[in-house]
Design a protein around this ligand. Structure first.
Ligand SMILES: Nc1ncnc2c1ncn2[C@@H]1O[C@H](COP(=O)(O)OP(=O)(O)OP(=O)(O)O)[C@@H](O)[C@H]1O
Ligand SMILES: [Mg+2]
Length: 235
């Protein structure tokens, strides 16, 4: 799957999404555009739909009406398998609840996107396991954790495994859902430094959801989701 070189990396038009067919919509967004290379901070109160929005952008869920275009691909035109491949190839996604595979060890979790996508594997410079170890080292994960099942790690350690998995293979789009929520100050700083380095190396676009206002000044632009989401508004 090739990616478009259009300046627009993300485009939403007339999107409406409800979790159940007959329930009130969680998202009604007329328009949203994000340009290539932008670093965007997304904020909003708990429950306003931030993670739901990310699930549409990453093809985990699909909109009931309207269009979602990511890296030049209309996601509404792809089936589930194609969306999974698209995500593995092009998107580094740090899920709010990590979504690590419990039966795999740390190294296997980090390298997983490169097992799904040959193109992502090709973007790794040199040995895949070495690259995974380097990312984990930069995130201060102890060497002794590498071969352990992820479920035996602390929550903050698991969050760093999820971060390394998102960064491996230099995806052109990085989407992070509260990626520092379980990290202490030093680990948070190490992560932000690595994230910025990787994003600039890959000339990637970054969407970063957080409740931490101290991080907001690090970004080019802020989107307050409640300002663009008409769901739940009384007209
Ligand atoms: N899997 C799901 N099934 C049904 N409803 C859901 C599901 N996930 C979220 N919702 C509902 O969608 C709404 C938005 O939830 P979402 O998780 O997107 O909020 P959020 O802005 O990410 O909140 P937080 O800051 O707490 O992470 C909530 O009303 C929630 O109950
Ligand atoms: Mg959320």
């Amino acid at each position: 799957m090739s990616i478009s070189t259009n300046a627009k990396v993300i485009g939403l038009e007339n999107v409406r999404f409800a979790w159940q067919a007959n329930s009130e919509p969680t998202l009604i967004i007329d328009e949203l555009a994000i340009e290539r290379g932008e670093h965007v901070f997304i904020k909003g109160p708990s429950g306003c739909g931030k993670s739901t929005l990310l699930s549409l952008l990453t093809g985990i869920n699909h909109t009931q009406s309207g269009n979602v275009t990511v890296l030049g691909h209309d996601l509404t035109g792809l089936n589930g398998r194609q969306r999974d491949l698209f995500r593995a190839e092009h998107i580094g996604y740090i899920f709010q609840q990590f979504n690590l595979l419990p039966y795999l060890n740390v190294l296997e979790n980090v390298t997983l996107p490169c097992q799904f996508s040959a193109k992502r594997r090709q973007r790794v410079d040199g040995d895949l396991n070495h690259q995974a170890r380097q990312l984990l080292k930069r995130l201060h994960l102890p060497e002794t954790c590498i071969d352990k099942p992820v479920v035996t790690l602390s929550i903050g350690q698991q969050q760093r495994v999820a971060a390394a998995r998102a960064l491996i293979g230099q995806p052109p789009l990085i989407i992070a859902d509260e990626p520092t929520s379980s990290l202490d100050y030093d680990n948070r700083s190490a992560f932000i430094e690595l994230l910025q380095e990787q994003v600039s190396q890959a000339d990637a676009t970054l969407l970063f959801v957080s409740h931490d206002p101290t991080l907001e000044p690090l970004f080019d632009r802020t989107i307050a989701l409640a300002d663009i989401n008409q769901a739940g508004r009384v007209s």
